[in-house]
Design a binder for this molecule. Sequence first.
Ligand code: CUA
Length: 299
Amino acid sequence: MSGRIDNLFDFILWASVILFAIVAISTIYFAIRYRRHGDIARTTPYIENLGLEITWTIIPFILLMVIFVWGIRDFLRLHIIPAQATEIKVTGQKWFWSFSYLDGPSTVGELIVPVNKPIKLLMSSQDVIHSFYVPDFRIKMDVLPNRYTVTWFEAVHTGEFQLYCTEFCGKGHSEMLGKVKVLPQDEFKKWLETSSGPQEGQTLEEYGASLFVKKACVTCHSTDGSKNVGPTFLGLMGRSEVLKSGQTIVVDENYLRESMLNPMAKVVVGYDPVMPPFQGILKSVDIDGLIAYIKSLEK
Ligand code: CUA
């Protein structure tokens, strides 16, 4: 995208330079060529040339249409967010930036993204108007209180890029800086896995309770003892269950873990084997959290 913006910019710049040169050079040339000689009074002859008039109307018209069509195409591209873009929540406040990843960690002052992936930024401010500006990516968007603004980018190089606030927002405005860190995709994935988990001040149990909703366990498992598509979580820990195989087991941490990652392994009698495996979706801290949450649901 930044390449496209630069191309259009260069086109307008060079078209202006060339036109300016033509006008300036011909002005100087005619001034010298037709300067006044001696005292002879000369009047400027009346010139009418339809061909010339059409030419100097058509050429700028074509030039403007090229810039208009080119500009609107890139403008739309800049404003239509690709459907597969990864969303990151950006918060601006006096005088720092913070970033929250869906189902992931939050960072302050450092936006970490994978290379070659479209990233959607959903932005809002906690106080006054700020503006999110990464010159290397050619993106700039105001960040407003009480309202979301969005922008997107796709980084094509790994490395660190400077982030600025470009809306005067108080005495710390010039220090409201940040970095965009672009990582190779596998490194980003690793970072996301290791740095997510309970937020600051959140217990494992509370974290598990949030996952219960976020990971959609709630659609099939109740917490009040009622029967749903799957067994209730109320009093699940330590309960004896009869499996389809006829075997009886006592629910413990290892059974819960296995049932999240590979639900088909031990299906309880009376239930259909319909739960999707959460292998690769739940990180180990997530499993710990969910187990802690289930443990808390005693009868
Ligand atoms: Cu925030 Cu300037």
